[in-house]
Write a protein that binds this ligand. Structure first.
Ligand SMILES: [Ca+2]
Length: 143
């Protein structure tokens, strides 16, 4: 009985402080993108870069292009394994695709631990992006 209680307490503390390994699923969206092209809305892809204590930045995901859309809701779902001791970080590079040159829209960097903490209560974490634009990470259930 006492042992069960202690185990439960440790589990609760682990969830609150993000000290347990866990699987993380997310989707991405952005609102109020602007200033990409003269005659149309942004044509956005998001490149996901990952880094940790044991790995330098490397690409670990990319969305499809959402053409001519300043409120893109990206279709892909991304899955990651959170390992607290790895101190994993993500960088999301938003890029406007063009025929000749791709232009950066903005970048957001966040630690996986901060994301897990922020999404304990509400599913979405919001970032300001170059003034009016916003970028959102939406935590999905694993089911
Ligand atoms: Ca474009």
């Amino acid at each position: 009985m006492g042992k069960l209680l202690i185990t439960l307490l440790i589990a609760v503390v682990g969830v609150v402080t993000g000290q347990e390994e866990t699987d993380v699923a997310m989707t991405l969206f952005a609102t109020d993108l602007n200033g990409c092209d003269e005659l149309s809305a942004c044509d956005t892809v998001v490149k996901i870069m990952c880094a940790s204590v044991s790995s330098d930045w490397r690409q670990c995901g990319i969305t499809g292009e959402m053409g001519d859309d300043n409120f893109p809701l990206f279709k892909e779902r991304f899955n990651f394994r959170y390992v607290p001791s790895e101190m994993q970080r993500w960088r999301f590079d938003l890029i406007d695709k063009d025929v000749l040159f791709d232009d950066p829209i903005g970048s957001v960097t966040v630690s996986m631990a901060d994301f897990l903490r922020a999404t304990e209560i509400q599913a979405t974490m919001m970032f300001e992006l170059n003034g009016r634009s916003r970028f959102y990470l939406h935590r999905r259930s694993l089911l």
